[in-house]
Design a protein around this ligand. Structure first.
Ligand code: HEC
Length: 137
């Protein structure tokens, strides 16, 4: 390798490491838990095993290294399909749970957050709703 060729190679290698380090930093909780499947069946247990790590036990959310919105008294939860889609597919720093929970589990945890923490949305979310939302994406 010529001297200038070597310099160019080192510069490129440095760049690659820089890019890698940058993307490694951007990786957070979602990738850490991607291989887990949950065995809990009821909404409360599922919430405690998964959601509360970010949205907090009281559903009030948190602000720190990232912003985790409150689920408590949250009008966005009025639309059951919205909650189902969030849990299935995730968004930004929220992981997708589609491979970690089955339709019954997602319906249960969606129903739980929509009927706790000051939320009182009556219209139930069913496993069939989840199945349809899953197929749509
Ligand atoms: C690793 C952290 C994390 C976990 C675990 C997590 N969430 Fe989230 N959640 C987030 C973040 C971050 C957002 C905001 C996403 C955005 O900025 O678009 C969010 C947004 C939401 C929203 C939308 C709120 C709104 O006001 O629009 C709902 C609903 C929600 N999460 C429900 C859940 C449920 C139910 C669970 C458990 C099955 C869960 N989340 C697990 C981080 C998490």
């Amino acid at each position: 390798m010529t001297k200038s060729g070597k310099a160019a190679f080192l510069a490129l290698a440095g760049l690659a490491i820089g890019v890698f380090a940058g993307s490694a930093q951007a990786v957070d909780a979602p990738s850490v838990i991607k291989d887990i499947t949950f065995t809990e069946k009821d909404g409360q247990s599922l919430y405690q095993a998964t959601c509360q790590g970010c949205h907090m036990p009281n559903g009030m959310g948190a602000k720190g290294a990232g912003a985790y919105p409150a689920l408590a008294k949250n009008e966005n939860l009025a639309v059951g399909g919205y909650v189902v889609t969030m849990v299935l597919n995730g968004r930004k720093a929220m992981p997708a749970f589609r491979n970690m929970m089955n339709d019954d589990q997602i319906a249960a945890v969606a129903g739980y957050v929509r009927s706790h923490f000051g939320n009182n949305f009556k219209e139930a979310v069913t496993a069939k709703d989840v199945q349809e939302a899953r197929a749509a994406h």
